[in-house]
Write a protein that binds this ligand. Structure first.
Ligand SMILES: *[C@@H]1O[C@H](CO)[C@@H](O)[C@H](O)[C@H]1NC(C)=O
Ligand SMILES: *[C@@H]1O[C@H](CO)[C@@H](O)[C@H](O)[C@H]1NC(C)=O
Ligand SMILES: *[C@@H]1O[C@H](CO)[C@@H](O)[C@H](O)[C@H]1NC(C)=O
Ligand SMILES: *[C@@H]1O[C@H](CO)[C@@H](O)[C@H](O)[C@H]1NC(C)=O
Length: 475
């Protein structure tokens, strides 16, 4: 086991840190051990888009009490990654990021928000790719680049949602990725991956992948490719009817990691998540796992957990069903490194890669708006930069209830430096322990620590569940 000492945390005591994950060919890889890293994740945006606005001072990673509640439940569930869709980079995320780090959970973050000037408008990408927009994106990078459990950034989510939007937008998507990667190369101390989250619409899924992954002789390629895929619906579905076999074929030569950035069809409901077995099976190792949509119950009815305005939470049966499915995952299979997969390189960009007539085959990427070069070379000096802090409050202060309504008392997080794993799944090497086999992972010392931030619970009250489909988050 490896302990890292992170910056100022020295003053507060030892801070454990997970190993950063990097991209090698088709796989995510633990940069220290070399083991493969496969995403076992959930999408995390309690409150939906309403969780962030120009007039409030919260986002989903700024409330330590809520983060402790959710991290404890996710640690039991077996999650190793969350994705959050929008954050306010001016807020302090040190506690929440340290809490998720402490339970072995990585974070993939969208850099965009629904707010004006903080996303590319798919109906007019040229006029919204501006210096001010890139300053917003770079400020998000500054806020999160210091956390070792930051797995990567999504530069865009479902910008292309039909063939009409597949003409003008692709070069701008690569332009934003290029600027983000150049900023990271200039201002961060490790190569944080940058990718895209795509609508899985089979008439252009493959073109989107090829357009973004190919080598254009510059830094504009995606480092990973997320697919929002809802094709497996209940027990009637199978590997074939959900066309997972088509995806395996489509991505067999992928040169970057491909995973589901959203999955979990909710019709029928409650969900039984039989697609989990397929996704993590030997048949589908070409994919790097996926993120279940989504953690909290909102109006669109995809939640694993029902979070009330007072900050209390009640598990839904979907949570238990997912845990049950996760417990059967073969971690040995997933963590095995694969030299063939990690050494695949991208083909050169060429119009030959693009099939659909209406999909852009333009690889002449727009140049940076004026002023962006200076931001990249000098950094955003006024931007707050986060770093890990010591996690002292491990007990969950907010009330949590099981599916049957019974109170789950004594809920707490167990601090570890290893990626979290589902219950009952053994790790690959004998020197390691599953994070919840308890004392062997060591450092859960603060069992008596009292919870802090009593005001935090009230911040959930603004979590008005807007009726947002997955597609409505498409920014
Ligand atoms: C994958 O690459 C191999 C070797 O280059 C090639 O023969 C095969 O057709 C490719 N498969 C796909 C689905 O592109
Ligand atoms: C879920 O939360 C809503 C809103 O707080 C509440 O009306 C509903 O009763 C809750 N459902 C369960 C099963 O706890
Ligand atoms: C898990 O995967 C490993 C590696 O492929 C294999 O040897 C082992 O038999 C699998 N275990 C189970 C229970 O299927
Ligand atoms: C290694 O990766 C390659 C490329 O994805 C794949 O064809 C092969 O089946 C993988 N090997 C194992 C043992 O999973």
């Amino acid at each position: 086991m490896r302990y890292s000492i992170a910056g100022l945390a020295l003053l507060a005591g030892l801070t454990v840190a997970v190993d950063p994950v990097e991209v090698r060919g088709q796989d995510f890889v633990n940069s220290v051990s070399g083991d493969r890293f496969v995403v076992i994740g959930v999408d995390y945006q309690p409150g939906g888009q309403g969780a962030i606005s120009a007039t409030n001072d919260r986002d989903v990673l700024s409330d330590p009490e809520a983060c402790t509640r959710d991290a404890a439940l996710m640690q039991s569930l077996g999650v190793n990654t969350i994705r959050s869709y929008n954050v306010d980079p001016t807020l302090n995320h040190d506690e929440c990021m340290s809490i998720f780090n402490g339970v072995g959970i990585y974070v993939i973050l969208d850099v965009n928000t629904p707010l004006y000037g903080q996303h590319i408008d798919r109906s007019n990408p040229g006029s919204t790719y501006t210096r001010d927009y890139m300053e917003h994106v770079f400020t998000v990078i500054e806020a999160f680049k210091g956390y070792p459990n930051l797995l990567g950034f999504f530069g865009g989510n479902e910008i292309i949602n039909d063939l009409e939007t597949a003409d003008d937008n692709p070069p701008y998507m690569r332009a934003v990725q290029r600027d983000m990667k150049d900023y990271i190369a200039s201002r961060a101390d490790r190569p944080i991956p940058v990718g895209y989250s795509a609508a899985d619409v089979r008439e252009f899924t493959e073109d989107t992948y090829h357009y973004l992954a190919c080598d254009n002789g510059d830094s504009s390629a995606s480092d990973f490719f997320g697919l929002n895929s809802y094709s497996w619906c209940g027990s009637e579905s199978s590997f074939e009817t959900a066309e997972y076999d088509v995806l395996v074929e489509m991505f067999s030569n992928a040169s970057i990691p491909v995973f589901f950035s959203e999955y979990g069809c909710n019709d029928p409901s409650p969900r039984v998540f039989e697609e989990v077995e397929a996704l993590y099976s030997p048949q589908m190792t070409v994919m790097s796992g996926g993120l279940v949509y989504e953690w909290s119950q909102e109006d669109n009815n995809y939640g694993l957990v029902n979070i009330s305005s007072d900050g209390s939470a009640r598990l839904r049966s979907d949570y238990n069903s997912l845990m049950e499915q996760y417990s059967r995952i073969n971690i040995t299979l997933l963590e095995a490194s694969n030299d063939t997969a990690t050494s695949i390189t991208a083909p050169r960009c060429s119009s030959d890669l693009i099939e659909a007539d209406d999909f852009s085959d333009e690889f002449d990427i727009p140049s940076r708006p004026s002023g962006v070069d200076a931001l990249i070379s000098s950094g955003i000096s006024s931007a707050p930069t986060g770093s890990l802090v010591s996690v002292t409050a491990t007990a969950v202060a907010l009330p949590v209830y099981g599916v049957d309504g019974a109170s789950m008392s004594n809920l707490a997080i167990t601090v570890t430096s290893e990626a979290n794993r589902p219950v009952g799944t053994a790790s690959r090497t004998s020197s390691r322990t599953s994070s919840r086999s308890g004392s062997a992972s060591g450092s859960s010392t603060a069992s008596g620590a009292s919870a802090t931030q009593s005001g935090a619970a009230h911040r959930m009250s603004g979590a008005v569940a807007l009726a947002l489909g997955a597609a409505a988050l498409a920014l």
